[in-house]
Design a protein. Structure first.
Length: 427
């Protein structure tokens, strides 16, 4: 079997995180059981290492969408109501770094993480590693070494359209997804991902009894997709767009999860980015474990999960970027609702009303700005019965504003806000 040699390949696996603490719970109160779904902020190698004692051999499916070795610095869009045809006018903030001093440095980053994913996978589990032309060939050799070359199930090509600046080569418009199974007996639900036959194929079989050399497929049932998939990218005007760079479409993840997991299974994504895997897993009745090293990704995923109504807990290896509300911009109560002043609404990506218990914030109601919408999130939320009540605002700059000692009871909300029914999209 061929192996790949690079600097620091033989380095020991990273040590486990020294501290992984639950700091938030959404969809459950202090007296309820903790949700099984987990969103983790921290270096994923240290997180996977700390998860090994409890989860080794228990993860049913891993989808990994790591940096691609593009040597680019990605930015995320944070503006509202901008013209998507004029990139020079966009309001941008840091996204994530995909810059490396060498190929050896990139492979030294990727290799131990693939080894940890392999250890976490159940005996029937599957890994989907999503890359592109920059490093997919090297990753396949690494996965052959870790899983064994016979465990390659598919090399999937995701094709898509879009503009390109390339003028001296064919436009590069596909990604490669390498699919490896942990063992010989793996989960694959063909019936869950069947698609209709092409109308031309249906017409051919109806017109000629000799079509298919006499073998007539079940045209009503449809077919298992080929190993090349077409799904549109999450483009500038896409309804799913969060503004986070290189966001993957939900349809792509839905096919992966339907094929290689079952309801109730544990699905992990240790480079979760905008949170697509977690959102799709929750919708399909899977448990999820999503992690990322950047706060920008965690905030995007957190708010997206809030908007989807998925119960989960937030765990971190580092304190959250919390600060007090600016003076004169604090939330206020006019029973039975809590309201944000306009100065907070203007910068809010989303906000919550909840109850703190120690270091854990239990989110009891929340509102998130709709994707691509110039409108801020709902201005008021129901006042929970639990006390003390705290408010958190997630800003476009990645900050968390929080009331330090409960919500002040003045000034009251304007009557038209406090008397109105709960706004659409609030939780």
């Amino acid at each position: 079997m061929a192996t790949l040699h690079f600097a620091h390949k033989d380095a020991p696996l990273p040590p486990p995180a020294e501290r992984l603490q639950i700091v938030g719970v959404a969809g459950a109160g202090p007296d309820d059981p903790l949700p099984p779904n987990r969103l983790l902020w921290g270096d994923n190698a240290a997180l996977m290492a700390v998860l090994l004692p409890s989860l080794e051999g228990q993860v049913d499916l891993v989808y990994a969408d790591p940096p691609f070795f593009t040597n680019r610095r990605y930015r995320r869009r944070v503006g509202r109501g901008e013209d998507s045809r004029q990139p020079a006018t966009w309001a941008l903030a840091p996204g994530y770094e995909d810059r490396w001093p060498s190929l050896d440095a990139y492979l030294a980053f990727l290799y131990p993480r693939l080894r940890l994913m392999h250890r976490l996978l159940a005996p029937h589990g599957t890994l989907y590693l999503h890359l592109d032309w920059h490093a997919a060939a090297y990753a396949r050799v690494l996965l052959d070494e870790i899983f064994g070359p016979r465990r390659l199930l598919n090399e999937i090509v995701w094709v898509y359209h879009g503009p390109s600046p390339i003028r001296r080569a064919f436009n590069r418009k596909h990604d490669t997804i390498l699919v490896y199974t942990k063992g010989e007996h793996y989960t694959f639900d063909a019936d869950a991902v069947r698609v209709p036959y092409n109308p031309n194929t249906v017409a051919t079989f109806r017109a000629s009894p000799k079509a298919g050399f006499g073998k007539v497929p079940d045209l009503q049932r449809g077919k298992v997709p080929e190993d090349w998939w077409y799904f549109p990218v999450v483009a500038r005007l896409h309804r799913e767009r969060t503004g986070f760079p290189t966001q993957k479409p939900e349809a792509l993840l839905e096919r992966i999860l339907r094929a290689s997991s079952r309801p109730g299974d544990l699905v992990a994504d240790f480079f979760c980015g905008s949170g697509t895997t977690a959102v799709v897993a929750a919708r399909l009745g899977r448990r999820f474990l999503a992690a990322d090293a950047t706060w920008q990704a965690i905030q995007t995923s957190y708010l997206r999960l809030l908007r989807a109504g998925a119960p989960f807990r937030l765990e971190t290896t580092t304190p959250l970027p919390v600060q007090p509300f600016p003076q004169g911009c604090a939330p206020h109560v006019h029973d039975p609702r809590v309201a944000l002043p306009s100065c907070a609404q203007e910068v809010a990506e989303g906000w919550e009303v909840g109850q703190p218990q120690g270091d854990v914030f239990y989110s009891l109601a929340g509102a998130v700005r709709a994707p691509r919408s110039p409108q801020p999130p709902a201005a008021s939320l129901p006042l929970p019965r639990q006390r003390p009540v705290h408010v958190r605002v997630f800003t476009t700059r990645g900050e968390i504003w929080t009331s330090a000692a409960g919500v002040p009871h003045n000034p009251p909300c304007p009557p038209d806000e406090s008397d109105s029914p709960p706004p659409a999209g609030s939780r």
